[in-house]
Design a protein around this ligand. Sequence first.
Ligand SMILES: [Zn+2]
Length: 434
Amino acid sequence: MIHIRKLLVCLALLTFSVSAFPQEKPAAVPQKIAIRAGRLIDGKSDTVVANALILIEGDKILSVTPGGTAPAGVEVIDLSRATVLPGFVDAHTHVLLQGDVTEEDYDKQLLKQSIPYRAILAARNAQIALAHGFTVLRDVETEGAMYADVDVKNAIANGEIPGPRMQVSTRAMTPTGMYPLLGYSWELKVPTGVQYVDGVEQARKAVREQVMYGADWIKYYSDHGYFYGSDGILHSHVNFTDEEAKAIVEETHRLGHKVAAHAIGSDGIAAALKAGVDSIEHGDGLTEPLMDEMVRKGVYWVPTIIVGAYVAPGRAGNWTKMVETEKSAFQLALKKGVKIVLGTDAGGFDWRDVNEAKEFEYYVNYGMTPMQAIRTATTTAAELLGWSDKMGTIEAGKWADLVAVSGDPLKDITELERVKFVMKGGAVFKNDLR
Ligand SMILES: [Zn+2]
């Protein structure tokens, strides 16, 4: 072993001495830049700060001062007629998907598009999200595109393509036969939208494998087949046995990661909460006792209202009624203090069709104050992601991820659907306020 190591060191030195390595760039002095914000919603305070000066150094916020003057020689971006907010988080996206209202839409993508082609579209989608003010995405599975979300995330982090910061969950899981592609001849080996895992051992192995290839989150589908019972409650068929679901959650937590569970019906939600997941995705069928359990256990709810409303007209079955069910659940959950984080399921609709920020509008229409709605995509989202020390508010030490709109979103929440300025990590991505 030692000999091999010595040889490797020699080879490395030799390579170094004979290669024409370009000279290393001198360490860049972090650039300072300032923003003059006419109105500042910092994500922390309930009041709007007028005429704030945000001083940025490199990719971080150095200081925020009401009034304040920029140090001599520092460029000031004039947003004095705009409202500045923290960059938004969409905590439920699929960058590798381009809409799946119908089964055909979905199958076509898995059967006729290569994963490289889908990754190119994902890069485009990431750019759309950033232009809409979403500086962070939690992408909750690639829908058959294997680990390509890790590549998209890395390409963005390495500065190769513009896009939001990402936390990704790679392939997701169900037991065999509980997720498409389904209905093809048994003679054909067709791709699946998730990794099939059966039994406790396979569940643990799949978690380890997904984490090995770069998953930040583990996502599993807790249920399918949604139906209304005679009790008026939205029910569902639970996918995993309790032992399997528990193995997924335990193994994920043991490796220092978190679990997001797709759970629409009350049975799927109950099973996921029993297993100990960290977030419930969709959650249309949430009942009062399940909400109490979520509050008690500190589990987050990512309701994804947009997608339900978007796909309902194009789908048979209960989808339209489910939008109404979820609206009632949302109103009760809000009263009960369930931690709600903004997620849209973008990719479940074509990224070019709907601005993800429309989700804010639903939350306000469903009873949140505009400030509460903003928190779902900033401070509360940062908690869910475990990034509260890095983002979610505009204050010293946080990433300089900022957006601006020209009107007042506290008076008209749809202003957030018209983001005019986006900065990520101190770099201006978009400025239509010049
Ligand atoms: Zn989804």
